[in-house]
Design a protein around this ligand. Structure first.
Ligand code: ATP
Ligand code: LTN
Length: 325
């Protein structure tokens, strides 16, 4: 059966961008593929950390995986740090990725720009190597992510080709799987920037109060025209709200645009706010009941055991191919 893998970093409150670009889509793959979903807690160390927050965010993220509809009987849900093969393959693969390639990564450039030069860790630079290891350990062909991760997937594909060319047909070539809409949800306060966990003004957090979510949508930056159409360059704010609406209602962009014709910007925003608060409201209820259920820890323990079986087998195959004992 074809394998699918994806992960999210526990670096802060999940955003509507994370939900639309990744989380909401994960459960739909469960019937089609053998699915592996993990929490990229080692990747979280690439940014400044507070141990208590990291622990809380990790637990929260696992609860959100379950609340979003991941079924531990169908999906393997685990923590990256609990499967040591991720770190071991990372140590091997870092020798097959070049500094030049890593320095071209947009995510590294953007994140490091926001940091003091003396505080940029090697882990942030080498981030895509660990990400490649995450994917390759599971022989995954399908990787659902948002648009910002496509460059890392391309690097992974290049790495596999280089590795296989040298050592034989050892690793499987993965592919990024983007949604039809909502591949890059933008900030509500500056629709030319990606919605990010680190921008509380422009983001919507999945744990946020519904009235605060509504307020943010109603005051989202748009433009001074009156027409509602999808044009990311000329109308980034309106286009962003259209993407949110299309993604949450599972409708095409054409149908979504048609469904809001005749509305004022105020009416349109109200409609978006209704849909968003409805969806996040029910997600929050399921999240609360997951927390109460006490199931989260057990799901992660079982998941790590299952993931380890697959990951260790790949690691052995790689070690053998390159002459390690
Ligand atoms: P940051 O807050 O620094 O931008 P991040 O949220 O992008 O970090 P992750 O938590 O690891 O980092 O992202 C998890 C998934 O969510 C990835 O697949 C990523 O592509 C997707 N994603 C993140 N932000 C958005 C967004 N604004 N629109 C669509 N998808 C997104
Ligand atoms: N890099 C991703 C998170 C991530 C990931 C992965 C996604 C780490 N390893 C493997 C898919 C597959 C991010 O920053 N959004």
């Amino acid at each position: 059966m074809t394998r699918m893998i994806s992960g999210i970093k526990p670096t802060g409150g999940l955003t509507l961008g994370n939900y639309i670009g990744a989380l909401k889509r994960f459960p739909s793959f469960q019937s089609q593929y053998q699915t592996f979903l993990f929490i990229a807690d080692l990747h979280a160390l690439t940014l400044p950390i507070d141990p208590k927050m990291l622990k809380e965010n990790t637990f929260d993220l696992a609860a959100f995986y379950l609340a979003a509809g991941l079924d531990p009987n169908l999906s393997t849900i685990f923590l990256q740090s609990q499967v040591s093969a991720h770190s071991e393959l990372n140590a091997i693969l870092q020798n097959f990725v070049y500094m030049g390639e890593l320095s071209r990564m947009t995510q590294f450039k953007e994140k490091s720009l926001q940091m003091n030069d003396s505080a940029i860790g090697l882990g942030l630079f080498a981030y895509p190597v660990l990400m490649a290891s995450d994917i390759l350990l599971y022989d995954a062909e399908v990787v659902p992510v948002g648009e910002d991760q496509v460059q890392h997937l391309e690097l992974t594909r290049d790495l596999v080709q280089r590795f296989n060319h040298r050592f034989g047909d050892i690793l499987v070539i993965p592919k990024a799987q983007l949604g039809k809409t909502g591949t890059r949800i933008m900030s509500l306060s500056d629709p030319t920037k990606k919605m990010s966990k680190s921008d509380p003004k422009g983001n919507i957090e999945l744990k946020e109060d519904l009235s605060s979510i509504r307020k943010k949508i109603m005051s989202a930056v748009t433009d001074s025209e009156i027409s509602i159409r999808f044009d990311e360059k000329l109308k980034p704010g309106i286009s962003n709200l259209l993407s949110i609406l299309a993604s949450l209602t599972n409708q095409s962009m054409e149908m979504t645009v048609a469904s809001v014709q005749g509305l004022t910007y105020g009416g349109f925003k109200t409609k978006v706010a209704d849909v968003v608060t409805e969806e996040i409201g029910s997600l929050q209820k399921r999240y609360q009941s997951m927390i109460k259920s006490g199931l989260v820890q057990e799901v992660l323990n079982q998941g790590a055991k299952r993931a380890e079986l697959v990951a260790n087998a790949t690691l052995q195959r790689v070690k053998k191919a390159i002459g390690l004992w």
